[in-house]
Design a protein around this ligand. Sequence first.
Ligand code: 5GP
Length: 194
Amino acid sequence: MTAPTDDVWTGGIADDISRTILSAEEIAKRTAELGARITADYRGRDLLVVGVLSGSFLFIADLVRQVNLPLALDFISVSSYGDRTRSSGVVRMLKDLNQSIAGRDVLLVEDIIDTGLTLSYLIDNLRTRQPASLEVATLLDKTEARVSKIDTRYVGFECPNEFVVGYGLDYQGRYRNLPYIGVLKPSVYATEDA
Ligand code: 5GP
């Protein structure tokens, strides 16, 4: 399947984007590089990829298709309390894993790490279940906003300290289906606040 190019999506939701941060092509290229590294690192091991819903759904779908191993897949969903664009670190489990991770090589896949508070909670929670190993892959890393230190084995891109949407990332539940990552026009927030 070919990734949709940015210019296919003029009009509609693309009209709400002020600036592209990462194009669909850049994301696809980097995802293939990460997939090749993961394939090499996990060969001969019992890899369980755990996707953190909902934001990582597109990244996981593309990433696992670049990993040439018989991996298993599961999903976890948490909600972090906070205001609309900032997490508080108080996390509620919405959907737990369907299987045991004891003794398995777990790769946690996130869309974006901002303060790191959500992921810290998840890592602490999953460690108590005694996986053989636990590593983190994230598409985007906002290192500037980090409060809680996270060891991230696989990073797609450094992300500027701005609120981004697209490729799985939402604003108020919308824009996840944008095929690339961008910044919303201020008028979108103004409409919401009105
Ligand atoms: P953290 O706990 O690391 O501060 O926040 C992680 C979660 O906050 C992410 O999984 C994501 O849901 C949300 N988040 C952080 N930064 C952004 C952003 O720039 N855009 C969007 N759409 N969500 C973000």
